[in-house]
Structure formats: structure tokens, C-alpha cells
Design a protein around this ligand. Structure first.
Ligand code: F6P
Length: 531
């Protein structure tokens, strides 16, 4: 069953939220702290090694209780159950959305069209484990008898962003293998990677759910040609594997059936790092750590599925985002992790969030007349402080943001970590308080404060805590989509550009630009005149 279609702005609670918004919109966050001594306790949620403090927001306890009422009115609970149980909630593509099953307990059962998918998942995990172990141990040899030293993952979008972000974030658990990612069809970059590796000791993973993505197939073909300059066709099976739900196309490319790792229709590309798409993760940090990542995600899944709304971290994050997007009309949301290991986390979340909720059509197929899909961006702290934080503090735009920090550093360098984290705590305080109470004689030096932030303080960056962190955002995105009444799991918005690019490629071959508008025509003429 698909999700119910309810226009949130037509609910009873939405008008109550509007009245409430008018009542509290001008109250400075710091004034809430003055009037509520236990505000931090009231607006914090702890989950094992996670501490989520949302007290520095433009909210009161009434805001939370009204959102609770809204979620009851739109029946979020039944949507969550449909999501976890495998109902066809991706209704435009008539598919369930089951990335949560990929990290469920192995002994659970989940029957989809008469088949227990947990059994298929278990088999795939065993295959990932066996394969990763044979590569890491060196049992699997390249065509000249040498051990594999480098892994090159070729994929784009969800077939790249999730795994590359996790591999980078967990680089402190690195195995002896060096992992590279080629996503863009930029041939210059591809050549730079090929210059660093040796065909005798490199494993290529072609990751494409559809196995039709032009960037990935172009890169894969170029790499195969490069490989075949040093090896023969029969050697491909030692050096190329694929992750795809389209095994026919992967076989056509030249990958043997036993080297194809499964992907299923019920896993969306941007939610797929938990599946065989994560094989680069398992190779880079070992299967055990990959499994810990899944376990961390499962912890957050259970929290999301079972906690009441006011105690539910992803739900609260989603409500806050609706509060700022649809009531305060702030359009963007920044992600500021205080760890260089998480430098690609924002980039990963951009796809997860914006490809999911950047939609203008509701679940009944009607165009929506309210805002959906927040714009996600960000950068690591403290680097961000020395770049765009000027606008954060004194700009005319308000940017709600998530600050993600860790109690312990990875390598235990306390001196650096204390400096890093002092900045982490200072920034959210400065954004909230500003220079209130100080005697400042120039507007140039005034900080108004009243800038909302969430603080996510985690014990340490481990596979488990990273798994929980990613899962937390996945469920935030799900909840936002339910409230905005959009279908978060299709991505028709990427198709038009692909179609036009295909036509332009043909026009470039034919040197015929007559069908284009004058701007595109002039640009194409300029480009083709350099041939
Ligand atoms: O163009 C968008 C998209 O379809 C993403 O949703 C997906 O993650 C990416 O392309 C790659 O797709 P595939 O894994 O099929 O190559």
C-alpha cells in the first residue's frame, strides 16, 4: 500500500502552527534560555553514544507538541510501518523502499512477493565477506600472480557518493588496500587515477544499479581497454566485478556471472551503500567493520521506529526543518562536521536529501503550493569558520545548521581536539547569543545572534556511530517527505538533462545545431570550432 496523500497545509494543526509561529517568531532564542532554566535538558535526546541537543532553536515546548499533533493527524506512524514492512511506498515506480532490511538482524524474516528477502540479503552479505577476505588476505591473485593492491570503484551518484564518503570517513580502519573512486566522465581525472595503478594489481568494481548510466559505462569501457593493453580477455574475471540489478547488461560488458553482486529494485541508489554497493567499504576497512556500520544503522532504525515523536531524533530534525522551511521561510540548511574525515558528508547528504525531496508534485499527482526540499550545503569546521561563517553570523540570511562533533578524537591528540571542539561549542553559542548584553559602538561589530543550530555530539567516529549518523539523516529525509506529501524515492528530475545531453552528443557528431535555441547553438558552434 502506498502512503496516504495529505496536504500538510490543509490540516487543522498546520493553522495552529501558523498561529503559534506568529506568537513566537520574534522571540530571541537566548530569551528562551533565560525563561527556561532546564531548556537544554528539555530539548535534548540521548541514544547510546549519541547526544542530540536541539535547544538552540526557535521553539518552545508548544512547538514540539503541535508538531506531535501534526504527525498524529497525518498518521506518520502508519507511514513508518509501511516503510519498514516493504509496502510499495515508492508509488510512482511501484516499489518498496527497503534499505532498512539490508541492516536488519539476519534472523528476521521479510516476505516480498512470496520470497524471504532476508535470505537473499544474507547470501549477498556472505558473498561480500568471502570476496573481501580473499582480496585482503591476498589469496585472490591478479593475472600475473600478484596480490591486489588497489581498488577502483567506478560508479556515480548513489553508486559513488555513499561508499566514497564512508571509505574516507573510516580511513583510520584502512586495510592494506588503496581505494580510488572514479565517478565523473571527465577523462582527465580518469587518466590521473590510471596513472597511479598497475593493471596486474588492481581490482575494478563497476557499480551501476541500471548498468545503463552513460558516465559509468564510458569510464568502465575506457578502463577495460586500458586493462586489455596489458592483459587478455580471460584475465578480466580476476580484475573486474560488477554490482548491478541488471546482470544481463553486466554480462554483455564482459563480467562473468559469478562476479556480479546483486542489487535489488527495492533499494534506491542513494540509499544503497548498505548493499553490495558497499563492497568497496568492506574491502577498504574489512567486512567486520562494514558489518559494524550496518549494526550502527540498525540501532538508529530501531530508535526511529519505536520512539515517540518528541523523543525521536530523526523526527525532531525533520520537524525543525519544516518549521524553518515552511514557516520562517529559510531555504537552506548547512551541515558542519568538526572532523576532516567527514569532509564529504555534506556532499553525500546533498544527493540523499535533495534527490529525495526536491519535488514539486504531491502524492496525488498535483503540483504543490508550498515549499519542499531544503537546500543542503556545508563544509567542515573549523575551515568553514574561515570562509562562509561571516554570513552565518552577520549576513541578512539565516542558515539553520547541524554541528556534528566527537568527544574523542580518532588518534587521541587531545591538544588539537580541545582546540577543535572549543570552536565547535563556541560557534553554536555565538550563533545563538551574538553580542547581546555587550556594549558595542558600531553596527559592524554587532552580532545579533538568534541563529538556530542543532548539536550532534557523538562519542567517537567509529563504523557504528557513522552507521547511526547516516541512518539518522535517512529517516529525517523520509519524515520530511511524509510531511511534505511528496514521493521521496523516485528521481524523475534527473531525466530531462540526460535526454538533452544524448541529443547534443548526436548533434556534435553530425555538426548540426539547427534545432537549438540561439544561446545553445552559439555555444555549440564555439565548442565545435575548436575541433
Ligand atoms: O541520475 C541519477 C541516478 O539515477 C541516481 O539516482 C543514481 O544513484 C545514479 O544516477 C546512478 O545510477 P546507476 O547506479 O543506475 O548507475
Amino acid at each position: 500500500m502506498s502512503l496516504k496523500s495529505i496536504n500538510p497545509t490543509k490540516t487543522k494543526t498546520w493553522s495552529k502552527l501558523k498561529d503559534h509561529f506568529n506568537d513566537i517568531k520574534d522571540i530571541h532564542i537566548h530569551d528562551h534560555f533565560i525563561s527556561e532554566s532546564d531548556r537544554s535538558k528539555q530539548f535534548s535526546i540521548c541514544l547510546d553514544n549519541f547526544h542530540f541537543d536541539f535547544s538552540k532553536n526557535k521553539i518552545t515546548s508548544k512547538t514540539i507538541s503541535l508538531f506531535n499533533e501534526l504527525l498524529n493527524e497525518i498518521d506518520l506512524k502508519s507511514s513508518i510501518e509501511k516503510y519498514f514492512k516493504g509496502d510499495e511506498i515508492n508509488s510512482t515506480e511501484v516499489r518498496p523502499v527497503l534499505h532498512t532490511a539490508l541492516r536488519a538482524n539476519d534472523d528476521e524474516k521479510l516476505i516480498l512477493q512470496g520470497e524471504d528477502i532476508m535470505f537473499q540479503i544474507k547470501n549477498a552479505k556472505e558473498k561480500i565477506q568471502l570476496f573481501s577476505e580473499s582480496i585482503i588476505s591476498g589469496d585472490h591473485k591478479g593475472f600475473s600472480g600478484k596480490k591486489i593492491l588497489d581498488i577502483v570503484n567506478i560508479g556515480i551518484g548513489g553508486s559513488d557518493l555513499g561508499p566514497s564518503m564512508v571509505v574516507e570517513s573510516l580511513s583510520h580502519y584502512k586495510t592494506r588496500l588503496n581505494t580510488h573512486f572514479i565517478s565523473n566522465v571527465d577523462g582527465d581525472y580518469l587518466n590521473q587515477i590510471l596513472d597511479q595503478v598497475n593493471p596486474e594489481t588492481t581490482l575494478f568494481i563497476i557499480v551501476s544499479k541500471t548498468f545503463t548510466t552513460i558516465e559509468t559505462l564510458t569510464n568502465a569501457n575506457t578502463v577495460k581497454d586500458w586493462f586489455l593493453k596489458s592483459a587478455c580477455e580471460a584475465d578480466i574475471s580476476r580484475h573486474f566485478i560488477a554490482v548491478s540489478s541488471n546482470s544481463d547488461k553486466a554480462v554483455d560488458f564482459g563480467i562473468s556471472l559469478e562476479n556480479i553482486f546483486p542489487m535489488w529494485d527495492w533499494v534506491g541508489g542513494r540509499y544503497s551503500l548498505w548493499s553490495s554497493v558497499g563492497i568497496s567499504i568492506s574491502l577498504s576497512v574489512g567486512y567486520e567493520k562494514f558489518n559494524e556500520l550496518l549494526e550502527g544503522a540498525r540501532k538508529m532504525d530501531n530508535h526511529f521506529r519505536n520512539s515517540t515523536y518528541p523523543e525521536n531524533i530523526p523526527v525532531i530534525m525533520a520537524c525543525l526543518s519544516i518549521w524553518y522551511n515552511n514557516f520562517f521561510e529559510y531555504q537552506t540548511h548547512a551541515i558542519i562536521p568538526y572532523s576532516e574525515n567527514l569532509k564529504s558528508f555534506g556532499k553525500y547528504l546533498q544527493q540523499a536529501s535533495m534527490e529525495s525531496n526536491g519535488k514539486h508534485t504531491d502524492r496525488s499527482g498535483d503540483l504543490i503550493e508550498y515549499q519542499s526540499g531544503e537546500i543542503i550545503w556545508g563544509q567542515t569546521g573549523t575551515n568553514a569558520q574561515h570562509s562562509f561563517f561571516q554570513l552565518f553570523h552577520q549576513g541578512t540570511k539565516i542558515i539553520p545548521s547541524d554541528f556534528i562533533g566527537f568527544c574523542e578524537s580518532i588518534m587521541g591528540n587531545k591538544n588539537h581536539h580541545d582546540i577543535l571542539m572549543s570552536n565547535f561549542f563556541a560557534q553554536t553559542k555565538a550563533l545563538m547569543l551574538g553580542t547581546r548584553g555587550e556594549n558595542i559602538d558600531s553596527n559592524h561589530r554587532v552580532f545579533k545572534g538568534n541563529r538556530p543550530t542543532n548539536t550532534i555530539l557523538i562519542d567517537k567516529l567509529t563504523p557504528s556511530s557513522l552507521g547511526s549518523l547516516i541512518s539518522m539523516y535517512e529517516h529525517k529525509i523520509f519524515t520530511q517527505g511524509v510531511i511534505w506529501n511528496v514521493i521521496s524515492f523516485d528521481q524523475f528530475g534527473v531525466e530531462l538533462g540526460k535526454k538533452i545531453a544524448k541529443n547534443i552528443l548526436k548533434d556534435l557528431e553530425d555538426r548540426d545545431f539547427s534545432d537549438h535555441d540561439s544561446s545553445t547553438k552559439n555555444l555549440l558552434n564555439k565548442y565545435s570550432s575548436t575541433d
